[in-house]
Design a protein around this ligand. Structure first.
Ligand code: AMP
Ligand code: MG
Length: 352
């Protein structure tokens, strides 16, 4: 930290509030001076530092307790800026994906020398993204710098999608926390590597696999998206090998058709002092032990509420297990829901 204590700055989501721009100017100055600023994006809150300043980047790893070999995503305000930090000219696939930005989409390309190896954890490739959230883009623009930012949570904890999550994890660790309301998508960006012959999905997110295939044609999916890495297997995306997204209570996933799931969780709810994460249709009761994820027909709402629900399970007194119902298929945004929930549950799943 470069300030004595964490400053929390509230801005309106559309930046229409009095003094909002001045607050972002203050935060941008902190970035330029080598400090840490937590800010909202449409995916999750990020913990940002000047991506060109090695010392500032190192302080991100310290603040989060993040493993040194887990690389960071570099955020830029405009897709044209990507070429300043990565080799993308003449890369037709990169051009196609750039035309889709801003989006909850990160692309991996060979890096230029200006990006320190601390950012990429020693890799020759760099991950780049243009966020949709206007607070995020304005902050980057005002700083005049690329901002490297992982999720603004303590490593291992559920990613932050509301300002209170960031305040809980980053007070005393970040110089500034910009409170810009809740994150719309609620889970981290889609990560696609353009460093293979065929583009490769390393992490599913708000920009769906189906949409990627629509714009790019063939796209491979890394095994690690839905499977546990085998002993000694080298992860294509280093972040995949770490415990992730987990609350303190144990998470058990439940998958099956709606009727079987309903019978199972009602029985669990009655017989055990457990938490339940489920759809509207699954249970009629309302209580602090039941965290509702919206309708079965609206997986976007599940994605948006998921990390908050995982955090809330730790605030429900007396429970040590939470049963979490999964969407029935892995289509669309559900692929990302599966990817995160499988890790939150350390791959503990009951198939009914
Ligand atoms: P986070 O910022 O916490 O959402 O994590 C960023 C994710 O992107 C991690 O899972 C990283 O492993 C992945 N990532 C970032 N940079 C690279 C890179 N150069 N090559 C492969 N994966 C990357
Ligand atoms: Mg993260």
């Amino acid at each position: 930290m470069i300030l004595d204590e964490t400053k929390i700055l509230k801005v309106s989501p559309d930046l229409s509030g009095d003094g909002d721009i001045e607050k972002l100017q203050f935060a941008a100055e902190i970035i330029r001076k080598g400090g840490l600023v937590a800010f909202p994006t449409e995916t999750v809150y990020g913990l940002g530092a000047n991506a060109l300043d090695e010392k500032a980047v190192k302080s991100i790893f310290t603040a989060k307790g993040r493993a040194q070999d887990n690389p960071l995503i570099v955020h830029v305000a405009d897709s044209k800026d990507i070429d300043n930090y990565a080799f993308a000219e003449g890369n037709e696939k990169a051009d196609i994906l750039k035309s889709q930005m801003p989006a909850p989409l990160t692309i991996i390309l060979p890096k230029r020398d200006v990006i320190p190896l601390t950012v990429t954890a020693g890799l020759d490739n760099v991950a780049l993204r243009v966020p949709q959230n206007i607070i995020a883009r304005k902050l980057i623009e005002l700083s005049g710098l690329p901002i490297s930012a992982p999720s603004a949570n303590l490593s291992g904890k559920p990613s932050p999608t509301k300002a209170w999550h960031v305040i809980a994890d980053m007070t005393g660790r970040a110089d500034v926390i910009i409170d810009g309301g809740d994150c719309a998508v609620g889970l981290e960006s889609t990560v696609v590597s353009l460093c293979y012959d065929v583009p490769r999905l390393l992490r599913p997110g708000g920009f769906t696999y189906e949409r990627l295939c629509e714009v790019l044609g063939k796209v491979d999916i890394s095994d690690a998206v839905l499977e546990q890495l085998k002993e000694g297997q080298r992860p294509e995306s280093p972040g995949m090998k770490y415990k992730h997204y987990a609350p303190d209570v144990s998470v058990v996933l439940v998958k099956g058709n709606a009727q079987k799931v309903r019978t199972f969780i009602i029985e669990k709810y009655k017989s055990e002092n457990c938490g339940i994460i489920c759809f509207d249709e699954d249970i009629d009761q309302r209580s602090s032990r039941i965290l509702n994820m919206g309708s079965r027909n609206n997986e976007d709402e599940y994605a948006e509420k998921m990390f908050d629900a995982l955090r809330l399970t730790d605030t429900v007194e007396g429970i040590d297990t939470v049963y979490a119902v999964l969407p029935e298929t892995t289509d669309g945004i559900s692929l990302a829901i599966y990817n995160r929930m499988l890790r939150a549950a350390a791959f503990n799943i009951i198939e009914l």
